[in-house]
Write a protein that binds this ligand. Structure first.
Ligand SMILES: Cc1ncc(COP(=O)(O)O)c(C=O)c1O
Length: 387
């Protein structure tokens, strides 16, 4: 069968045509090094400036607060290590949640190995951070907190502004980082309005290229550089800039910003269609937020009574041309159950049998109907096989 219904958009997305055109123009016609003094260098530097301005406008921050990185992972690693090592003289307590992406969790693990005291905030069964626990563990020693705005497996939206208020009232000197990689370009997020110091974004989650992202660093906030050996990015992030990638990121951000409201509406309708359609499948359940205010419009984590292994369902759907995932892309090749679902306290089929459907505004209603139709067939076949 030739039909392809791609419902794994939280893993990555297809590049928009405008992104591909802008990138190939940069690759072919603007290959100067932005650090070169001649006109070809200046032309490449102009492309960086344009993209930086687009991103700054989308986040409603200053251009000089945007630093390009090799993607979301580097932005997260840099924000965490850069902040912790910069501020270690003021205290050694750092805080995150148990449901973060591996690029955050592993960075904190490294900090723990280096003698930092790491606290992991617990979440409830919807994936929402325990505010009281946060209030209780903050001390004068707390120097850095990292909390994701939208979870990549369940779509849980955190109330970042509420959490920031708690942090600022107890430890005004701590730096606050938000991993906004699953949020930016889909739901409005503005670091200044949230009063956060650092925020990570990634291009390939919003129909841009892979291997490019950015870190917002609030003006006046100092963190240690991560990549050294060059004066790029105001001496903060060394290495010749990925000009085509940066152009692609800018084009993707421009498109996302322009269509944010319309795209969000479309995602909400597609998600609603899935949720309504699940009742037809029978014995279907959703993991994660129940309250729509706390649920991202593009992610649905689901499980089915009688289906024990999510990967079996995933591959059965793949045979029908439908692409979903069992969780985070960076773990899904491993036989390891999701740390996120575990943190939510899920057990049994809800834990081992879950699949994640993640949407793009490019998905069509017919694709959702096809998915639901095939899902019903596949689930009933698997249930029969399981007896
Ligand atoms: C929440 C979250 N943070 C970080 C990342 C890593 O981003 P990248 O793939 O650009 O390195 C991802 C990607 O899956 C993500 O979903």
């Amino acid at each position: 069968m030739n039909k392809i219904v791609y419902l794994d958009n939280s893993a990555t997305t297809r590049c928009l045509d405008d992104v591909v055109v802008a990138m190939s123009d940069a690759l072919q016609n603007c290959y100067g090094n932005p650090s070169s003094m001649h006109s070809m260098g200046l032309e490449a530097e102009r492309l960086l400036k344009t993209s930086r301005k687009t991103i700054a406008e989308a986040l409603r921050v200053g251009e000089h607060e945007i630093f390009f990185t090799s993607g979301g992972t580097e932005a997260n690693n840099w924000a965490i290590w850069g902040s912790a090592y910069q501020r270690k003289g003021r205290g050694r307590h750092v805080i995150t949640t148990g449901i973060e992406h591996a690029s955050v969790l592993k960075s904190f693990q490294r900090l723990a190995e280096d003698g930092f005291k790491v606290s992991f905030l617990q979440v409830n069964e919807e994936g929402i951070v325990d505010e009281r626990q946060l209030e209780d563990i903050l001390t004068n020693e707390s120097i850095f907190i990292s909390i994701m705005s939208v979870n990549n497996e369940t779509g849980t939206i955190q109330s970042i502004s509420k959490l920031v208020k708690i942090i600022r009232s107890k430890t005004p000197n701590a730096l606050i980082h938000v991993d906004a990689i699953q949020c930016f370009g889909k739901i409005e997020i503005y670091p200044r309005e949230l009063d956060v110091d650092l925020l990570s974004i990634s291009a390939h989650k919003i129909h841009g290229p892979k291997g490019i992202g950015a870190l917002y660093i609030r003006k006046g906030v100092l963190i240690k550089p991560f990549l050294i050996g060059g004066e790029q990015e105001a001496c903060y992030r060394a290495g010749t800039e990925n000009v085509p990638g940066i152009v692609g990121l800018g084009a993707a951000v421009a498109a996302a910003k322009k269509e944010l409201t319309a795209n969000k509406k479309k995602l909400e309708l597609l998600k609603e269609r899935i949720i309504n359609g699940l009742s037809e499948v029978g014995g279907a359940h959703i993991n994660g937020p129940v309250n729509a205010q706390q649920a991202a419009p593009h992610i649905v984590n689901m499980w089915f009574e009688g289906i024990h292994r999510g990967e079996v369902l995933l591959h059965s759907l793949e045979v029908e041309g439908i692409y979903v995932s069992t969780g985070s892309a960076c773990h899904s090749r491993r036989e390891e159950a999701s740390h996120v679902l575990k943190e939510l306290g899920l057990t049994g089929e809800a834990f081992t049998g879950a699949i994640r459907v993640s949407l793009s505004h490019l998905n069509q209603e017919e694709e959702i109907d096809y998915f639901l139709h095939k899902l019903k067939e596949v689930v009933s076949e698997l249930r029969e096989l399981a007896g």
